[in-house]
Design a protein around this ligand. Structure first.
Ligand code: KIV
Length: 271
């Protein structure tokens, strides 16, 4: 029997049951109330309040500038809309890398002030102490390996990660360390499909991919990318399910033209 069809509220335990039952997990980003209501109503399993809000909502070039207060604002807006999905909130750059006490304070603020259900952190063995401390407080943690955008200035580019054996082996070790520490799931971003599939087989927690092929336990995309709102981001891994950029532009042009011509409002559209 299918797990996801029978749950009123998705929890970290439901995601584990889905993996154990070979059911794929669906995840999308969400940053605001109105969009989150639509995404949740459509039946998504996980909404990630990603620090990609820095790019998508605020127009920054990277995810680095977004602040903890801004992440909490986005997350609280999403939580108010959601009835079924698990809401995972990104810990922003600079809010957990310093030391484990600071990481715990950040995670507690996110949980208390946004009402989110879990946090996500980028990195492997180098942040295990912080992850363990957060888990000790009863806060579920999702890991994030491969292309980790908060380290973009270290990588220098957004190209596929872990193509070489040394980096691939380190990624596998990191995934095992995150599982051993108690993470409930891991996002793998932009790595070879074969490597991602291997990780999904070698660790027991759900592996969610973005640009990591179909051999993992679930998929995540940035909602503005898959709806085609963002017109100028076209990586190979992205499937666009709509061209909302074009549809919205046409609707907006019609409104402007109707206002200019006096066609809007008509007699039925006034009091
Ligand atoms: O911030 C984000 O949107 C993410 C996803 C790309 C996984 O971390």
């Amino acid at each position: 029997m299918s797990v996801h069809k029978n749950v009123k509220r998705v929890t970290t335990h439901v995601l584990q049951e889905m993996k154990d039952n070979n059911e794929k997990i669906s995840m999308l980003t969400g940053y605001d109330f109105s969009m989150a209501k639509i995404i949740d109503g459509a039946g998504i399993d996980v909404i990630l309040v990603g620090d990609s809000a820095s790019n998508v909502m605020a127009g920054h070039e990277t995810t680095l500038p977004i602040t903890l207060d801004q992440m909490i604002y986005h997350a609280a807006s999403v939580v108010r809309a959601v009835e079924r999905a698990l809401v995972v909130v990104d810990m922003p750059f600079g809010s957990y890398q310093g030391n484990s006490k600071e990481a715990l304070v950040t995670a507690i603020r996110i949980m208390k002030e946004s009402g989110g259900h879990a946090v996500k952190m980028e990195g492997g063995q180098e942040i295990i102490e912080s992850i363990s401390r957060i888990l000790t407080a009863g806060i579920p943690v999702m890991g994030h390996l491969g292309l980790t955008p908060q380290s973009i200035y270290k990588f220098g580019t957004y190209v596929v990660r872990a193509k070489q054996e040394e980096e691939a082996n380190r990624l596998i070790e990191d995934a095992k360390a995150l599982e051993a520490a108690g993470c409930f799931s891991i996002v793998l971003e932009k790595i070879p499909a074969e490597l991602a599939e291997r990780v999904a087989k070698e660790v027991n927690i759900p592996i969610i991919g973005i640009g990591a092929g179909g051999g993992v336990d679930g998929q995540v995309l940035v909602v503005h990318d898959m709806l085609g709102i963002n017109n100028d981001f076209n990586p190979r891994f992205l499937r666009k399910y709509h061209n909302l950029f074009e549809e919205m532009t046409n609707a907006l042009k019609s409104y402007i033209s109707d206002v200019r011509s006096g066609d809007f409002p008509n007699k039925e559209e006034q009091y």
